[in-house]
Design a protein around this ligand. Sequence first.
Ligand code: HGY
Ligand code: MN
Ligand code: MN
Length: 421
Amino acid sequence: MSALSAQSARIVIDSDRLNQELTTLATFSDSAPPAVTRIVFSDSDLRARDYVKSLCLDAGLEVREDSVGNTFARWSGDRPGEAAVGTGSHIDAIPNAGRFDGTVGVLGGLEAIRALKRSEFLPARPIELVIFTSEEPTRFGIGCLGSRLLSGSRDASVDKKLKDKGGQTLRDARTMAGFSGDLGQVLLPRGYYERFVELHIEQGPLLEQEQLDIGVVTAIAAPASLGISVEGQGGHAGGVLMPDRRDALCAAAEIVLAVEWAVKSTGSFDTVGTTGVCDVFPSAVNSIPSRVRLEVDLRDIDEQRRETVLRLIRQRCQEVALRRSVDVQIEVVNADAPGECAREVVEAIEGACRRNQFQFRKIVSRAYHDSLFMSRIAPTGMIFIPCRDGISHRPEEYASPDAISNGTRVLAHVLAELASR
Ligand code: HGY
Ligand code: MN
Ligand code: MN
């Protein structure tokens, strides 16, 4: 029996404990169960962080936080000075979300490390669990803020540039949450991670439909997000006649449909677009909307095709602005390249599935993840597990204890293999 196979036999996932911890983590929320809302640096987020950190300390890991709140829990192993094998995900959650998005990768990552410790495995190089700050764009309008700063995809200038809807800067918000220090320190030194692998629910229907245990991610879709401001002229809902109106919301409504039209015009299933935010001012039933802010999320695994969609949206916005005598401004908040997963990590995940007789397939991630940015600084891969009806970002989001345990088991095997090299 090979060393890895012998190792396999000794890896046992404590599924009951893992699911109990996921259930406890879900209680740190600003919405009634089964929904979870946990916005970055909110009290719920800070209590959730404390809970996860306590579990990491109980597991004998060395815990540290950086100046934006990325949290690292390290198992040093035999050669503590060497580049680490990283794993992890996020625990922040958008409003009215589910309890498995991100958390499976954090608590599953912790359980994978505990299972390796229980199996008396000794890593040749450090294994490090990361809880990334602000993977969701909810508060500051850009996703993966913590992993962008770690990987150099954004620099310290965001500290004052990024503001939440209440006008609070990232700097003020993180300082009030207890994370001070120069944001420039978040950037990791070159070669900090040898490899990185993230466990996550699929947030899509394929694995369940095909009755598979594991998705081996090969690519991560390229996200772009836009802020579109429409400025018209307000006025009295009764006094202003229709021909004289410059209604910002009617113009914005045309733009929302133009986004849908531009995305569908590529004819590819891999192009998706959503207008998820529509703020109307002054938002009074008897007052003509004078200002509207739209936030648009565009994705594609083909960056050029996504850029074509962006161009069509711009053209339509100009046409609407001219015809309706309103002003339309488009801000590209982020437009990122897709992420390729590293062949050696993909193969390690496939090997772990075979050794454990799990049914698996290669798959593309249409959701973005912190791994998208970790793939800029280390060979990276992702392990997907099925979620019921592919539902995510909704309270009905669900992954079974068996699915979570299977994914955690594969992750433990992959960490053992990568940390033995
Ligand atoms: O939106 C996403 O893809 C991720 O869930 N934040
Ligand atoms: Mn999410
Ligand atoms: Mn996620």
